[in-house]
Design a protein around this ligand. Sequence first.
Ligand code: CA
Length: 639
Amino acid sequence: MYYGGNDLGAVTEEGRTSFKLWSPGAEHVTLCFYADGGDGPVQDKIPMESGEDGVWSVSFPENLHGVYYDYEIRRDGKTVRTADPYAKACGVNGSRSMAVDLRRTDPEGWEQDAAPAKRGEDIIYEVHVKEFSWDERGGFRKDHRGKYLAFTEEGTTLDGDGVHPTGISYLKELGVTHIQLMPVFDYGSVDEGRDADPAAFNWGYDPVNYNVPEGSYSSDAGRGEVRIRELKELVGSLHRNGFRVIMDVVYNHTYSEDSWLSRTVPGYYYRYQEDGSLTNGSACGNDVASERPMCGRYILDSVMYWAGEYHMDGFRFDLMGLLDVELMNRIQSALDARFGAGEKLVYGEPWAAAVSPMEGDAVPALKENIEKLDDKIAVFCDSTRDSIRGHVFEAEIPGFVNGGEGLESAILESVRAWCGFKHDKGFRPKAPSQIISYVSAHDNLTLWDKLMMTMEPDSGFTRMPEAVLKANQLAAAIYFTCQGHIFMLSGEEFGRTKQGDENSFRSPISLNCLDWGRAYENRELVEYYRGLIALRFQLPGLCDKSETAFRRITERKIEAPGCVSFCVDNEGETHESRWKRLLIAYNAGEKSRRIRLPEGTWSVLMADGDSWLWKREDVVAEEKFAVSPTSAVILGCEE
Ligand code: CA
């Protein structure tokens, strides 16, 4: 059974509202109306008509905006109640759906809202809505703390001192291009009710309503249209301030297997073992069966809805390895067709927590299948991450910057985004367009905590020892000079710590929130990141995402244990640069290393922890240039 129409759910417009539900095999479906989205009594019950392809429908000659509803489905002699899996609005905690006239949720000027132009590189900054503005020192309006609306505040400062920017003003100074929001669809682990604890916290990887914003970030979760308008205000504000907005999407599993999807069509939307038990590749108790036609269609429709209605500029797929390659490629093609090729960024985690058997000849979107993915779909590159900072799970195992040995070749591969040669492990990216170069995300230890645990294991996490600051700078310099899209966890640039908590998904908000004071206590590190970000736009040879980009990286050398260098053909294709050639070296060792420069006059763009040198003055390098211990250098030649 397959339904190809695009009108499932409640479609509400002037003079008409229709309800359609795909529930093949149901004996009877009743639409129930309510005056509120909480637990008020049912007001009306309307039997629905069974049509072709398993679709049940009923329509009304009026605009029913604001009416709450759910369904009673009779199947095999039993009746179950369910909200609408296709709902676009819902009541408190998402348990009832709401008919919404979406035009009434548009903030002022929404029709003119547009993403800022691309800037030649994608520098993605991952942030959680509540973490962003929870810290009192951030200077946000009290009623905006932890909410969507904190992203609409311009000019916030530390303790309101009028001097030190926080919030989006801080992000503008930092210079990142994309803001990736951790889950903002409606999830189940935080109570949205009026009496809920305002400090309740969860990352939100437990979807309830895929096509509705989370209510706990809104100013009023009890009125279905409010969260929609406020998330749109967030997007509009970020667009106006020069950022693109990316949404973290979690289609691989639901909060519970007892979801609206399974109540509507039991057994259809999940994967099962041969003994009938659920598969658990997500480690969250269930895996969504993306390879099934109406399930894949559901996911595709959902992505297109967020891209169109909310003007989202990209999607980060959680546990993308649980979805199938064919679906991912279909999503990219549909986005390209509707919005322009590459206009919407698509990337994800190319792994799963465990094997999840797919039906038929479906191929999982895992790292080893990257060659089968559209060349615009990118994956988080754990090879780069772990080479730089060390083992992801074994806290004490270091990487290149913090004492690891034998990692020189891996670092040189990271630089060219693992492209251009055959790997025995079967990881063969087609181009840097497929790679996210990064060292920290919300999962696992923060970069700072990892460095402290490997370098200063008895020092706690709050202190800022000089050696660790240098290692942090070197780690940043490495991935900011790798090919691929650049990605960072919010606060990485100020040594963000979670006190060694490697899985803070439900740890207190006090531990998770961005510490705006630390952003200024650690100003030197922030300045270093700012310089790197600005400099990245001057390095088109590294921003090149094409299949031949790897050829720009030449003269790859291991200078000494812990010290590598390479040259970059920096002739601009995407944009012009003053420097036609680059020489880059990373020295993780304790001794200064002299490297021999190729012919030409070389200027020092960055050295000794100063990433703004290129902007400030011309420093000509000597023929044998010394790279200080635990530091990176970038030299540029104008001819
Ligand atoms: Ca919720």
